[in-house]
Design a protein around this ligand. Structure first.
Ligand code: TNX
Length: 477
């Protein structure tokens, strides 16, 4: 992948254990007469991913290939073991997913594989990126291409922010105006758009993600961030009066009405539609920035809505404001603020709830890198590469220790985005930094090592046409 020979540990995220054996390089020769891969039937799809990683023709499959894929149930499901000798490569995973992560490690090492043994497994089970389709819509093909880039860094969840004040991006049977009107032309910030996912497109996206061991986490944001709902269905406002569309980037001005029964008929239909189409275990109900919802109404609304995902067989996730409400057992709280302390989140953790850590001043991909960045926002300050790397989830929130942390997410809000090139520019290279925070053992992380490993991605991304920010913090190859 790069001109220079990689060392065995030159991988992002840094593997848990690396033991090089000098002078034992294995060379992959792609193409029909080149290196063959052997894999049991349950791993043939993963073997195909490996093949396509190395050339357009891929690697051939054979019963006695020099690259062998295997399963070992004694390993944790996302764990893998990679042994490279001069004669062979053996990649063993606790499940097909573990083997798939090992394939990503192989891809980064390139075709000249340094000898030795890597034993690797993730620190956190939930390693996520979020994409905001509401402020700016991205097509299914664009989201798929994004997933292909995320999995290279062993990200295993993609949170889709599907609804907000500006637009509504998922077809809901029985509520057609949501997408006809609020998915129509001009519904993105500053008039970008149109766009929405049909049920079939959403299901296809979920399946595409699942083939790459990524779980889609759909978010329907409520009771705030609902102006687009009320434009389409004014009966869901307090007085039923027409509502003007808004494509500015203000937040906190709209709310569903806790005291109206129509509200819950709407919410139940939407959540059932999404749950039925989503094989993954999570339903994200938003709950953030409800500045125009009186506190008692927020409580009343959440008392009705928080149990719905559970009744549909899903686990509810909400932004950390929901910790102020009475949380069902198993509810997951996603922390997003910059301030270090939040008593309600600490209480939720003390009661056994899990927390997803996504502090804006470390993980928000929509913050500007520095004063010269034209894209992005800066309400949480500038977030350079080192800033997104040098912090630890277990130190971030008082009362929220390692055992309470489900994982880490890097959200990308899309108010300032207009293209896939913009998505990539803000995602790379900060997403790899957050991915290493989420995957690698805490004591293995080191900024100097990271910046050297990251530098090798310059030519890789350039060759692949991936737009990225040439941060001056990195000595790019
Ligand atoms: C805050 S973080 C929001 C979003 C904005 C974002 C911009 C959170 C849960 N809500 O509505 O898009 O800031 O950075």
């Amino acid at each position: 992948m790069s001109e220079r020979m990689r060392q065995l540990g030159d991988v992002i995220p840094r593997p848990a254990s690396v033991r090089p054996v000098p002078d034992a390089t294995f060379t992959i020769i792609p193409g029909l007469s080149g290196t063959a891969v052997s894999a049991p039937p349950g791993l043939s799809a993963v073997a195909a991913h490996l093949g396509l990683s190395f050339s357009d023709d891929g690697l051939s499959l054979s019963d006695d290939g020099a690259i062998r894929l295997a399963l070992d149930p004694a390993l944790a499901s996302e764990a893998y073991r990679l042994e490279i000798t001069a004669e062979s490569v053996t990649l063993t995973g606790g499940s097909a997913q573990g083997v798939f992560w090992g394939v990503q490690t192989l891809r980064q090492l390139g075709t000249e594989l340094p000898g030795g043994i890597i034993e690797d497994r993730p620190r956190y089970a939930y390693r996520s990126a979020m994409l905001d389709l509401a402020r700016h819509f991205f097509t299914p093909d664009e989201v798929k291409a994004h997933i292909d880039l995320l999995v290279q860094f062993k990200i295993n969840h993609l949170h889709l922010h599907l609804t907000d004040d500006q637009g509504w991006r998922l077809e809901i049977p029985g509520w057609p105006r949501l997408t006809e009107i609020s998915g129509g032309a001009g519904t993105g910030v500053d008039g970008a758009g149109p766009g929405h996912l049909t049920l079939a497109e959403y299901a296809d996206l979920v399946a595409y993600a699942a083939e790459r061991f990524v779980t889609i986490v759909p978010e329907i944001d409520m009771p705030g961030h609902v102006n687009a709902v009320q434009v389409a269905y004014p009966e869901l406002t307090a007085d039923g009066a027409p509502v003007a569309p808004r494509t500015d980037a203000e937040v906190g001005y709209s709310s569903l009405v806790a005291a109206k029964e129509e509200t819950y008929a709407f919410v139940e239909t939407v959540l059932k539609t999404v749950a039925d189409l989503t094989p993954g275990p999570w339903l994200h109900i938003g709950g953030d920035e409800c500045h125009s919802t009186p506190a008692a109404d927020y409580q009343a609304f959440l008392a009705r809505v928080l149990p719905i995902p559970g009744a549909l067989g899903k686990t509810v996730i909400g932004w950390h404001e929901i910790a102020a409400a009475d949380l069902p057992k198993g509810a997951v709280v996603q922390y997003w603020r910059t301030e270090p302390a939040d008593d309600a989140v600490a209480r939720a953790a003390a009661d056994g709830r899990k927390v997803i850590v996504s502090p804006a001043d470390r993980t928000y991909l929509d913050m500007k890198y520095d004063a010269d960045t034209t894209l992005g926002l800066d309400w949480a300050g500038h977030v350079g590469v080192r800033r997104s790397y040098e912090w630890d989830p277990a130190d971030r929130l008082p009362g929220v220790g390692e055992e309470s942390i489900l994982g880490v997410e890097a959200p990308l809000w899309s108010e300032t985005l207009r293209s896939v090139a913009d998505v990539r520019y803000l995602t790379f290279p900060r997403l790899p930094a957050v991915a290493e925070v989420a995957w690698s053992p805490r004591d293995s992380r080191d900024w100097e090592s990271f910046r050297e490993r990251l530098a090798a991605f310059g030519p890789v991304w350039t060759a692949a046409g991936v737009n990225f920010y040439r941060s001056p913090e990195i000595d790019w190859h």
